[in-house]
Design a protein around this ligand. Sequence first.
Ligand SMILES: [Fe+2]
Ligand SMILES: [Fe+2]
Length: 254
Amino acid sequence: MHAHASATLSERADALEEQMMHELERIVTKSVLFGLADGKVEMESGPSLMAKNPGKYMLMGEDPRLPKMPEKPTLIDYFKCRFASTSHLLQSATHALKGGHSEKVVLACLLHDIAVVSFIRCDHGYWGAQMIEPYVDEEVSWAVRAHQALRFFPDESVGYDYPEMYVKYFGPDYRPEPYIVAEYERARNHRHYMTARLITVNDIYSFDPNAKVNLDDFVDIIGRNFKQPKEGLGLDSSPSAHMWRTMLWPTRFL
Ligand SMILES: [Fe+2]
Ligand SMILES: [Fe+2]
């Protein structure tokens, strides 16, 4: 009964999605990863999509359902048009700014979870670091990568404990994967250890709901510490430009 009801619901969702697709001028396709997140290993073939949408071409540019991005997007544009939530990033960076930390630490806090809010959760530290690596000082990208592992390990010297929130989210018996433990062991002796550690210290979720946070407070720090490519972020030829382009055009056929 239950299974039947939910199957009907998902069928209805599929039908609605198909109807929406028909209303668009071009055929919007979903990458396999989007289906994996729904528990399905599948893809629809080009010929089948074309047969279902007579007279239409595949979408090979911007998706009209998404906020329009400028021709030469900046990091700020991604914050405004592609990040699903920015309050956690702004609160962490504000906390670091008030703590008197360096601009690199503040920027690392501002960007530490961009993968979570815009791209992919699993291994978000690694994805986030790779996205920003060509555009920031190595200290910043290294710290963003390492913060994911350091979050699981306390450091008494700065008053950082294993997060209560993680006990709540993952259960009391959760233990990080061996590769995370190894990452932590390596990070401990790295020259930028404290930068990554400071991300975890400022990575707070018990926010004051009345605290005012604003991206405008960080425009200058971004300007001084994030190398905006002249072609637009994602339209340049850096080793991670394709990741930004994928956020720009997530439903392009190829
Ligand atoms: Fe994180
Ligand atoms: Fe965070």
